[in-house]
Design a protein around this ligand. Structure first.
Ligand code: A2P
Length: 272
């Protein structure tokens, strides 16, 4: 596997990894992470609210991959936002993962009235060396603008729902202007894009699957991508995207599929 993205603090992050949202703790997540590490994945994206940090940590230990070769992301859940509670939530995540640092810690959603205090806690964790990078998730431009009014450290990453039906071009441009790397959650549209006829036709040209076409589109657009699968053959398939290049015309065709269509909640209208 290749593709390394350099965050604005110089930390190098794999541009491709495994997402484990909706993966059960225990055997399911342990096996998924082990399949991924065996296939050469270096990055794993979890969250406190996924309730599978323990399994992720177990798989890392059992796989025997050196810690410094891995890039582990986890997230602070909404109920834990606020200065002291975010610091405490971080320690809980660290303990569940069985790690002594995480590579990237994200604010999961922009909880109104709370995320600025949460960010101060994140800045402390960063300065204390407990996290190599800090960022946010599900932030619109206006959330970022508001955060940056008081932030000492600009988030290194904004992880958002992003796939060909929700290409997020304006937010991507804004993030780029602030040196914030964009990371896609549900890059495959939570599986809903896999029978798209336009993507199928592009895939046939390159002898690649729809999933591979989408993930390659991410990589070529400097979008960090973390597809989820629990099946070993798909985990292998999804990583097999570094031996071909989509033409500019095909990239354009995929761009034109955008419908601003979400599969998940809008960050301006969530209630959890
Ligand atoms: P499964 O875990 O059974 O493989 P996203 O990352 O966009 O949320 O998409 C995840 C969904 O897509 C899951 O339902 C996953 O199912 C499915 N999926 C992941 N990779 C592939 C693939 N290469 N081919 C078909 N389905 C896939």
């Amino acid at each position: 596997l290749q593709d390394i993205v350099t965050l604005h603090n110089g930390v190098k992050m794999p541009g491709f990894g495994l997402g484990v949202w909706q993966v059960q703790d225990g055997d399911e997540v342990v096996n998924s992470v082990k399949y991924a590490l065996k296939a050469g994945y270096k990055a794993i994206d979890t969250a406190a609210v996924y309730k599978n940090e323990e399994g992720v940590g177990q798989a890392i230990k059992e796989a025997g991959v050196p810690r410094e070769d891995l890039f582990i992301t986890t997230k602070c859940w909404n109920a834990d936002q606020g200065y002291e509670s975010a610091l405490a939530a971080f320690e809980t995540s660290l303990e569940k993962l069985g790690l002594d640092y995480v590579d990237l810690y994200l604010i999961h959603w922009p909880v109104a009235g709370k995320y600025k205090d949460t960010w101060r806690a994140f800045e402390k964790l960063y300065k204390d060396g407990k996290v190599r990078a800090i960022g946010v998730s599900n932030f619109h431009q206006h959330h970022l603008e508001n955060l940056l009014v008081d932030a000492e450290i600009t988030p290194m990453v904004n992880q958002i729902e992003l796939h060909p039906l929700l290409s997020q071009e304006p937010l991507r441009e804004y993030c780029q202007s602030k040196n914030i790397k964009v990371e896609a959650w549900s890059p495959l549209g939570n599986g809903k894009l896999l029978d798209n006829p336009v993507l199928k036709e592009i895939g046939e040209k390159y002898n690649k699957t729809v999933a591979q076409v989408i993930l390659r589109w991410d990589v070529q657009n400097d979008i960090i991508t973390i597809p989820k699968s629990t099946k070993e053959h798909r985990i292998i398939e999804n990583a097999n995207i570094f031996d071909f290049e989509l033409s500019p015309e095909d990239i354009q065709t995929i761009n034109s599929l955008n419908k601003n269509e979400r599969t998940g909640a809008d960050p301006d209208n969530f209630n959890f």
